[in-house]
Each structure stands twice: as structure tokens, then as C-alpha cells.
Design a binder for this molecule. Sequence first.
Ligand code: RIB
Ligand code: CA
Length: 313
Amino acid sequence: MTRPVILDCDPGHDDALALLLAVGDPRVRLLGVTTVAGNQTLDKTTRNALRILALAGADVPVAAGCDRPLVGELSVAADIHGASGLDGPDLDGPVPDLAGVHAVELMRRLLVDSVEPVTIVATGPLTNVALLVRTYPEVLPRVRRIVLMGGSTERGNTTPYGEFNIVTDPEAADIVLRSGRPVTMIGLNVTHQALATAEVIAAFENLGTRAGAVCAELMTFFAGTYRLVFGFEHPPVHDPIAVAAVLDPSIVTTVPAPVAIELTGTHTRGATVVDLHGRTGRPPDTDVAVAIDVPAFWHLLLTAVAALPTGRP
Ligand code: RIB
Ligand code: CA
């Protein structure tokens, strides 16, 4: 089974791992990559996506999307991902050209041209995906599922109850969750279990390939900022779990639940209000990740990176 996928991302260290997983695992046919402002400004997240795809030797169309949330101003995460958005490894070198259209237009074209429904994996703020939903409703039946890294059934990371991707653009998240398409939510409650320990980083280093070395450098940088900002001993790699959930749905356990986005809370704007116990009477129309098979996830990511056609460091 090979799944056609569009990956919308804001690279970002963990987005970079998600890109490498999507390129390296044969169970995904990566139709295209779209970029959005989030971890860094759009120009930087776009440049980073191109640099990672060049590293992976991937020939897929890339298009830049929205440079700010639907409402309000962009607040980047330079404290976590650095000034470039991908601080750590040296990724300089030639990069492929952009597709020359807006991300939403590229998504539309890929959806129309695909012979089978497409899974959209979103690992950044949902601004591009929300604009697709609102601009081209006629192509939504060609969206098989939207698998998003975002939110949490518990606490947040950017605010006490808000996770970065959702807090950055709550209105976009609300539009996507109410799009009528199947949605899987991979939240912090699950991603915080996939920690890049020293043993994990060493396993990538020991691949003896350039891609393996870059992954180790990405996770090492991420470890430093996560320790400094959040006091984590090891950094959680959020985004590749969203791709892993498409490749092998057994990697995560999900439950159907209503998920509402808080849009007006003074202290809770951007919170994902997950009704795990059916208290609200609202339809349980989102598949919410509640558990992850961590060893299986790391094996899947390591195998994909090992398969990338890159030379020795
Ligand atoms: O909260 C974590 C999420 O926000 C990840 O996708 C990370 O890359 C940032 O975009
Ligand atoms: Ca991200």
C-alpha cells in the first residue's frame, strides 16, 4: 500500500525529520510539499524545506504559502529552532526551484490530478490547509484524510493550554476541524513520549550516512533548546509522528472525540478542547491520538533515513 501525501510544514527541526520520513519510506508517495510561516518566517521555512529535500535527493514540487496567520500577527519560535529555523547542521548547497504557484494552488492541482484520494499531513500552523478548505471546497472530496500534528488532550507548550501550531492560527485550526473531512489529531500528549535520547541520536549517527548525520545534528540542536526553554532532558520530535501515523496506523492509538478550538478565551485562546468522555454531546468526529508505540516509531524513522539516497558524510 502506497499512500499519496501532501506535506504542509514549517521547517523546523522536527518538520525536517517528517520530510525525510516521507521521502525515505516507500509507503508514502510524496506528491508535493507546501510551506507555511510558523517556526520561522515563510522565507526561512521555505528555504529549509528546499534544503532538506535537496539533502534527501527528492524531486517533488514545493510551493510557499501563507506568511502569517488568518487573524493577528506571526510569532515565530526562534528560541526553539534558531534564527534560520533549522540551526545546527550545515545544509548549504544548491536547492531545487519553487513550483511558481501559491501553496494552496499547488495543493488544488495535486488533488485534482491524483488518481486516488490524497492524505494531507500538516505539521505547522493550519493556515494553508484552511485556505484550501475555504477556497476550493469542490476538491475536498479528493482529500482522503487530514493528519495534523497539533493541539493536546492535556496542557500546551506555547501557552499553558495552547500548542504552538494551533495557537499560531486558531481560526485556521477551527476551519480545518470543521471541514467535514476525516481528521486525525496528533497532539503533545502523544508526541511528548517520542524523545530523542542519546541512544536514539547515536543510532542515527551510526548509520554512517550524510542524512543520518544531519538527523543527529538536528536532534542535538533541538535537545539544547528544549532543555533550555522547557527543561526537557530529551527533545520530543513531534512532526514525524504525523507521517508515521499515515505509513503505519498501528503506530498510534486513536479514539473518536469531539475537538473544539477555543477562539475567544482570554487565557486559553488556541486550546484544543478534547471531549474524551462525551460530556458535551457534540459529535465525536475527530480521531485523537492517545498512545504511541515509541520503539516502533523510532525503528520506522531510522529505517526511512537509512534508505535515503545520500552519500557518506
Ligand atoms: O508544538 C510543536 C509543533 O510546533 C511542531 O510542529 C513544531 O515544529 C512547531 O511547528
Ligand atoms: Ca512543525
